[in-house]
Design a protein around this ligand. Sequence first.
Ligand code: HEC
Length: 372
Amino acid sequence: MLSRDKDYKGKTSARLSALIIGFMMMLMPWYVYGPQATTHVDGFWNCVITGSLIVAVAIIALIRRHDYWPAWAFALLDLWILLAPDTLSFTQKEMSIIHVLIGTVGLFIAFVWIRRVFGRLPKNRRTVKGRTFRECSSSERTLYGLVLVVLGLGYAMAIGYLYMTHSGLDGKSGVSVQDLAITYYGNRSGTRLEQMLRGPMSGMRSEDDLAKIVAWLKSGADEAGYDKTIHPIIEQKCARCHSSKSGMNLPDFTTYAGIRAVAKVDTGMSIQTLVKLSHIHLFGIGLVTFVLGFVFTFTELPAWLKNVVIVAPFGAVVIDIATWFLTKWDPIFAYTVLVAGSVMGLSWAFQIFVSLYQIIFLTYSRQEEEVI
Ligand code: HEC
């Protein structure tokens, strides 16, 4: 205990610097604009309030030396200083520049402060046996950090792609359970032809045409019916675009063979497509989960939590893919696809953030360095 307190003695510099930043922020309006500061400065009250808060946090940190939260509070306040000119739409350029300068210096101090605070964390926390990031060489840490960043970016892209390909299938924006159900189960209540006729192509037909085409679809969409009632409508209303002669590269509906594909009930992805996607997914996701989990094993966290977070994405990917097939059978399983996908995403995000955080902020405490 004694040696630990001694250890802190030399480390007030970050707290003192924070105190100075707080006073600078508080007094800056008067320094820049003199006595009329109260009426002439953009965000005058913002300066005074943010400054006082920082001063308060720094004083608390100087008194209560074992608390961790002031370092975080200080970092957040600095972030706010950086964002304030934009958020509060400052018009005075010098005020914006001073804010950015103070905010940047403050963030740097916060960074040093948090690194120090974190350096002594494990002494009063239960940790796992085995190597941690502290024992890794700096080149190992660099490698792990970079692979996390790249895989994290890849994951963000995957979410973006999923959003673009799945959202709005049900006619509403955003990815919903309905969209997933349509992808895997299909929209069995209707055909593509009916969907288009009620949606984008509704301007091309009369109500009478629609009734005739729907009746034909319901009765099984056979060739005899096509020749008798549908072909004339197509020739009259659709052929100027939907024929090989139109030159518009649209499906040709002037023949039965051409219209059959859109007159079939939509049953979602075929089993073959699902099997293809599944094996790509299992290989890809399995490897990514291994790399993320491997890096994550170096973190300092309670053993049970680490195990849960390492196992979860493996379980989730298997359940996710199994339910793609089940959803084809019954759309109710679309909920499971959504839940399993979220579990996987959340555990990956947790692994990436905690690992990166500890790679950057976890340092040797001075004591440990002396021992090693
Ligand atoms: C002015 C030109 C034009 C006319 C007339 C027209 N369409 Fe279309 N149609 C398009 C275009 C362009 C697309 C592709 C754009 C899209 O998918 O929204 C399309 C797409 C479709 C599709 C989806 C094709 C696919 O590959 O999934 C169907 C079905 C369709 N139209 C039916 C009809 C029917 C039935 C009529 C007549 C009542 C008709 N269209 C009249 C221009 C036309």
